[in-house]
Ligand binder design. Structure first.
Ligand code: M6R
Length: 369
């Protein structure tokens, strides 16, 4: 049942190109326009929405953080992202013009379910992004967009995360489309880029041997830090979460711009720092800033593991280890940049003798608050 892999997690990592393609299937037509027929909130209702609030936990929360960048950029609707476990306890401001998006692989996470119920009680519409047919969260939501990752068995979420991202991009694009905006051409271009993304994920998977080797060489470390900015920041958080849950190592993700506000004090000789570098083509200002960050931490002794786009030579002199990912539009980069971090965490867990599919103290779906 593990399809020849040692762990479900490895199998699920390998299944990501298909999971991504399947989640797009039938939802995008040749002309680049989107059909989302499982969204049973009418277009006129969607046109009225003046705020989006995303609630989720763990890895799904990280997908939500990335979705915020896409939703605000493509639709100009303000979007908040909140940990589901915090949401209802702060008396959030919600009404009929709030679209709440609940993201959950299992569809059974109690924190997310309680947030959903609270949102509906306040009159908000809830759209679920979920991987499990007929589970509680989509049943209680006003509408659902299923991710087509197939069953995810390993406790550490991998393919579900990538498909959550795809679903979030689709929702963002759809909102842009129904609100009929000047964003039309840009949206069509993104839809085209999305249709090639499964191939890019496949390409990354084919180049992971050096990442595995690197992970094995770091098995005796105590701490690994992760840096990113813009959509690379939630990718850094996700890389750190994977490492915590699988390798039981201290790992933290930071927004690179925050380094000088505190975290740089953690940098000492030989501490591994994984840096997710934004494309030099898109937001080149951010790219240049992160290159300076890499220089700064390296000057203080950090061992830099740099994840950068093919052809980005500016990073080369400062990378102790360089991991290449295919060139991708900035907002879609998490779909390729997360994959090496999953492989890294899985290999470190193995090297440390940990149980990969069933990390200690964790359950696949957390059905208590
Ligand atoms: O089933 P859900 O997506 O609602 O689960 C949310 C989190 O519990 C989950 O993503 C958790 O953080 C994973 N173990 C991360 O790998």
């Amino acid at each position: 049942e593990k399809g020849g892999y040692d762990y479900f997690m490895l199998k699920e990592i390998a299944e990501q190109p298909k999971a991504v393609a399947d989640t797009l299937l039938g939802r995008v037509d040749a002309a680049g326009s989107l059909t989302l027929d499982e969204v049973r909130i009418s277009d006129s209702e969607l046109r009225e929405m003046d705020k989006v609030v995303i609630v989720a936990c763990g890895t799904a929360f990280h997908a939500g953080l990335i979705a915020k960048y896409a939703i605000e950029h493509w639709t100009r609707i303000p979007c908040e992202v909140e940990l589901a476990s915090e949401f209802r306890y702060r008396d959030p401001i919600l009404d009929q013009q709030t679209l709440v998006i609940a993201i959950s692989q299992s569809g059974e996470t109690m924190d997310t379910l309680m947030a959903l119920r609270h949102a509906r009680e306040q009159g908000a519409k809830v759209l679920a992004i979920c991987n499990t047919n007929g589970s509680t969260i989509p049943r209680e939501a006003d509408a659902v967009l299923y991710t087509h990752a197939g069953p995810e068995v390993a406790v550490a979420s991998t393919k579900a995360f990538l498909t959550q991202l795809v679903a979030c991009y689709l929702v963002a694009l759809y909102l842009g489309q129904v609100r009929g905006t000047k964003w039309g051409d840009e949206i069509r271009a993104v839809v085209r880029d999305l249709s090639h993304i499964a191939g890019s994920v496949e390409q990354v998977l084919g180049t992971m041997e050096p990442v595995r080797k690197l992970a094995r060489s770091l098995a005796d470390k105590d701490t690994v830090l992760f840096l990113g900015r813009h959509v690379g920041y939630p990718v850094a958080l996700e890389g750190a979460l994977k490492l915590k849950e699988l390798a039981y190592m201290h790992a933290e993700g930071f927004a690179a711009g925050e380094l000088k506000h505190g975290p740089i004090a953690l940098i000492e000789e030989d501490v591994p720092v994984v840096v997710v570098v934004p494309s030099p083509r898109g937001r080149s200002v951010l790219h240049d800033k992160i290159v300076s960050n890499i220089q700064e931490i390296r000057a203080r002794g950090a061992r830099t593991v740099v994840i950068a786009e093919e052809g980005d030579e500016a990073v080369t002199p400062y990378a102790d280890h360089l991991v290449r990912v295919p060139a991708t539009p900035t907002l879609l980069q998490p779909l390729v940049a997360t994959v090496p971090l999953q492989v890294f965490a899985c290999e470190l867990a193995t090297a440390r003798g940990n149980e990969v599919d069933q990390p200690r103290n964790l359950a696949k779906s957390v059905t208590v608050e």
